[in-house]
Design a protein around this ligand. Structure first.
Ligand SMILES: NC(=O)c1ccc[n+]([C@@H]2O[C@H](COP(=O)([O-])OP(=O)(O)OC[C@H]3O[C@@H](n4cnc5c(N)ncnc54)[C@H](O)[C@@H]3O)[C@@H](O)[C@H]2O)c1
Length: 333
């Protein structure tokens, strides 16, 4: 079964109708509650501490306890109102509570609206490992209401643009939109945001419908993510996921440069640079070791994606190739 997805500028009325139903449980975070708490204060809810550090089994357990204490049952619908962190953990809670209940996702960050809210991947981190405990559990409905985006801090905006840059090298439509409109997107032009959200969701939805469990085509959505997750771990989650995705795109395309279509590396550099991202100093051995622990790897080696629109594909490299690439990138700075 696919998720029903609504996209619009202000879907508050629709969201309120869901929240006002009898048997719901809202999960949100400490930042979102400040601006949008009025929307769900009368419903049973749990407010988690904002940020990636809360995406843990400990938070999962606290939410489960609160759901039990407040009488949630098998018919309860979990409603996630927040960014990708809230969506990932709420979806995972919904996949496990009493062996699985329905859930609704209301993404409030650009990153979540263009990417994480669609596709049913839910997870928490465990120690060193990102998204390692989780489940595929599609939300029943996704309400993508772009009005939420106007309270997003600048940095979170850049993170969302990061996932759009990723999609631009997988989808020609998103690429064309970014070539013409990246500046407008950075300025939060409403029409460009609306187009970007629709194009990204349309692309992701098509990929996920073809390969819901990531056995083939869906792997391309991990473009840049192997090195991104590794730097994120080594850097201690100091920045946001989307910023690390931009860094991952830069570094992976540098490492795979010989396998890319001519000019693609330079285009990636240009789009990433427009986002104003700088890669923190890193230890190539530590990053390469973190890549080795990535759950996407197989016996063939460390998994990465070669971006080439509809011909994008997975490739593998060895620890030594990856390490050499990272060292060379540092030397080229
Ligand atoms: N499930 C998937 O398919 C998938 C895909 C990509 C990323 N992810 C996950 O998504 C997470 C990153 O998501 P994110 O970038 O949305 O991070 P996030 O959820 O931490 O949100 C970023 C920050 O913005 C705040 N915020 C949220 N909405 C706001 C609003 N409307 N106004 C003001 N502040 C707001 C949050 O409180 C937080 O501080 C990562 O954990 C990543 O692994 C999942």
């Amino acid at each position: 079964m696919n998720s029903e997805i609504f996209i619009g500028y202000d879907l508050t009325d629709k969201i309120r109708k869901e929240v006002d139903k009898d048997n719901v449980f809202v999960i949100t975070d400490t930042n979102v509650v400040l601006s949008y708490g009025a929307l769900f204060m009368n419903a049973r809810h749990y407010v988690m501490t904002a940020g990636e550090q809360s995406k843990t089994l400990a938070t999962f357990e606290k939410i489960m306890e609160k759901m039990l204490e407040t009488g949630c049952n098998r018919k309860t619908t979990v409603i996630a109102i927040g960014g990708g962190v809230v969506g990932d953990i709420a979806g995972f809670v919904a996949s496990c509570y009493m062996r699985g209940v329905e859930w609704i996702n209301v993404p409030t960050t650009l990153l979540a609206q263009v990417d994480s809210s669609v596709g049913g991947k839910t997870a928490v981190n465990l120690g060193y490992y990102k998204n390692i405990v989780g489940a595929f559990h599609l939300p029943k409905t996704v309400y993508i209401s772009t009005h939420f985006l106007y309270t997003l801090p600048e940095r979170e905006w850049t993170c969302g643009v990061g996932e759009i840059v990723k999609t631009a090298f997988l989808s020609k439509k998103v690429y064309n939109l970014m070539i013409d409109g990246q500046d407008k997107l950075m300025e939060r032009d409403e029409r460009t945001i609306s187009r970007a959200v629709r194009e990204c969701i349309e692309y992701k939805r098509a990929v996920v419908e073809t390969d819901p469990r990531e056995n083939g085509l869906r792997k391309v959505l991990n473009l840049g993510h192997t090195v991104a997750h590794a730097i994120e771990k080594v850097d201690g989650h100091k920045r946001s996921h989307g910023e690390y995705v931009l860094m991952g795109m830069l570094l992976e395309s540098f490492i795979l440069k010989d396998k890319l279509v001519d000019g693609v590396y330079e285009e990636i550099v240009e789009m990433v640079n427009k986002c104003g991202i700088s890669v923190p100093d890193f230890d190539p051995v530590a990053v390469a070791e973190a890549c080795v622990k990535d759950k996407k790897n197989t016996n063939a080696g460390i998994s990465m994606i070669i971006p080439d629109f509809e011909k994008s594909r997975e490739t593998f490299c060895s620890f030594d190739e990856l390490h050499r690439g990272l060292v060379l990138w540092k030397l080229s700075r």
